[in-house]
Design a protein around this ligand. Structure first.
Ligand SMILES: [Zn+2]
Length: 513
């Protein structure tokens, strides 16, 4: 008898916005987690407040994978909404040309901040068919009505669970539900029937933001996009109609996620669109809520130009729990830069020190175990990154003391250090591990359909490498070792190094040098 696979025993507990309680993560499928994180609206450079959310999601993803789970991660790019149409129209261009540079910039910023790429980045305008099918399904089930202009609205009083996620009072709802709203963004005071499909106006046509549908030419509402892309990708991967985790910033709880739940559950008939909803708090810049509306934009590229190390920025953000507001201040940033520098210095000292022979006793063995245990317990406890960071700095102090005393680490101790810092990834540039991409076993593409050479666009090249790594795992599963070797060589030829993890998954990383 083999033991219970480690992946069955998930120790992670997360704060679920649905229940306002910390709950154990119980994956729907043993060893696998489906995760949807709302991505950027590519109408501008994403600001550091957006990236605080993406970084907490990155930590969640890394910790799930470090815990032995296969994660299927979807992040959408919103490339059609009120603001994009307005901006494209002002510049006399179409929405595709207008948004493309911001999509590229987003991937650059993501890579600079060492955020693990999602397995798919669906763009709203590539999923119009799924959106039309979702609207049609909701119409057939009686959850909608059409306005005079042909726009399709979701009738929230026909969905009794409406307001559950945002804890919207039923009385507030009654008072507000007398009308309907067609704007993409609105607040709780304006809880009303929301738009699923907006009838095409001449200004939409002018920028390429109108599509034919059985219920009239138009374009999707913002909230509809995530439901349609999430459900359609889950189906493609054979993962059923419910996500394990849905994440985003707290500003998305209402109306965006409330509306996603209404559309998705009314369509599927399931009680949930996601089992667990996790939300990250705001980042304040010197005391005021960080948002483009307030005019105090700070983007990762501003910080990069300022010479800030991405490791320092990760450290700064992880020093505050994701559910607490964080003030970004110059002092805080300076302290994080110093902390990051010290980590790099210690890491170099540890590697220079030489290894003690296997079997030799040393206090370093307890040091490595203690770090991994403390950091692991902290992250299992609703992703308590500040505690994990504290454990890392404790290890730095203890490790320096041990080295001062002439103790030497064994290879296993170094490995424990690398695993712990690999999850937070708060080391300075040049010392941290290279970006690792984890393959998803399904990956949605049969090996026969995969091109043999990588696409030129970096994000697509990553998806290509992850898909081949998944195809190789499948070949190994079939005991087709010849094909598995061929794929390894194919990846190596395109500059990707492949590694099997102890739990049977595959990882790829760009070869260095
Ligand atoms: Zn969304």
């Amino acid at each position: 008898m083999s033991g219970i696979p480690a992946a069955v025993l998930v120790a992670l507990r997360l704060h679920n916005t649905l229940s306002r309680r910390i709950e154990p993560l119980e994956p729907i499928r043993t060893g696998q987690v489906s995760m949807y994180t709302c991505g950027p609206t590519i109408w501008n450079y994403a600001h550091i407040g957006n990236f605080r959310t993406f970084l907490f999601e990155d930590l969640l993803r890394r910790w799930l994978e470090a815990s032995g789970l296969s994660v299927f991660h979807i992040m959408n790019l919103t490339d059609v909404d009120d603001r994009i149409i307005r901006e494209a129209s002002t510049r006399g261009t179409d929405i595709r040309s207008f948004t493309e540079p911001f999509a590229r910039a987003f991937f650059e910023d993501r890579d600079w901040l060492r955020i693990r790429p999602a397995h798919v980045y669906p763009r709203a305008t590539d999923f119009i068919e799924s959106m039309i099918a979702l609207v049609q399904g909701l119409m057939d089930r009686g959850f909608t009505y059409q306005g005079e202009d042909g726009s399709v609205y979701f009738a929230i009083d026909r969905f009794p669970a409406y307001g559950r996620l945002s804890q919207l009072d039923r009385r507030e709802l009654k008072a507000g539900a007398s009308g309907r709203i067609s704007a993409d963004e609105y607040d709780k005071e304006n809880a009303q029937d929301f738009v699923l499909w907006k009838a095409a106006r001449p200004e939409d046509e002018a920028v390429g933001a109108a599509w034919d549908a059985p219920f009239g030419r138009g374009r999707p509402g913002w909230h509809l996009e995530c439901s349609a892309m999430g459900l359609s990708l889950l189906e493609r991967e054979g993962l059923g109609p419910v996500l394990d985790i849905h994440a985003g910033g707290v500003d998305l709880i209402f109306p965006h996620h409330e509306d996603e739940i209404a559309q998705s559950c009314a369509y599927t008939g399931e009680p949930h669109f996601a089992r667990i909803w996790v939300h990250g708090e705001f980042l304040n810049v010197r005391g005021s809520k960080m948002s483009k509306r307030f005019g105090n934009i700070t983007t990762p590229r501003d910080l990069r130009e300022d010479g800030v190390d991405p490791g320092a920025l990760r450290l700064l953000l992880f020093q505050t729990h994701y559910r607490q507001k964080l003030d970004l201040t110059d002092d805080g940033l300076a302290a994080a830069r110093e902390g990051c520098r010290r980590l790099g210095e210690f890491d170099a000292r540890l590697r220079r020190s030489g290894l003690r022979p296997a079997g030799g006793e040393s206090e370093f063995a307890a040091w490595g175990r203690s770090l991994e245990q403390k950091a692991g317990e902290a992250l299992d406890d609703d992703l308590n990154a500040p505690e994990a960071v504290a454990a890392t700095f404790q290890a730095l102090r203890d490790g320096n003391r041990l080295l001062d005393q002439g103790s030497l680490p064994a290879e296993a101790d170094l490995a424990a250090w690398e695993r712990a810092i690999g999850v937070l990834d708060i080391m300075p540039v040049g010392t941290g591990a290279a970006a690792i991409l984890s393959a998803w076993p399904g990956q949605g593409v049969a090996a026969g359909e995969l091109p043999e050479s990588p696409p030129a666009i970096p994000a697509e090249a990553e998806a290509w490498a992850m898909a081949w790594a998944a195809a190789r795992s499948a070949a190994k599963g079939r005991k087709d070792y010849k094909e598995a070797d061929r794929i390894r060589a194919l990846l190596a030829g395109a500059g990707w190094e492949l590694r099997d993890t102890r739990d049977g998954r595959a990882e790829v990383r760009r070869s260095t040098g």
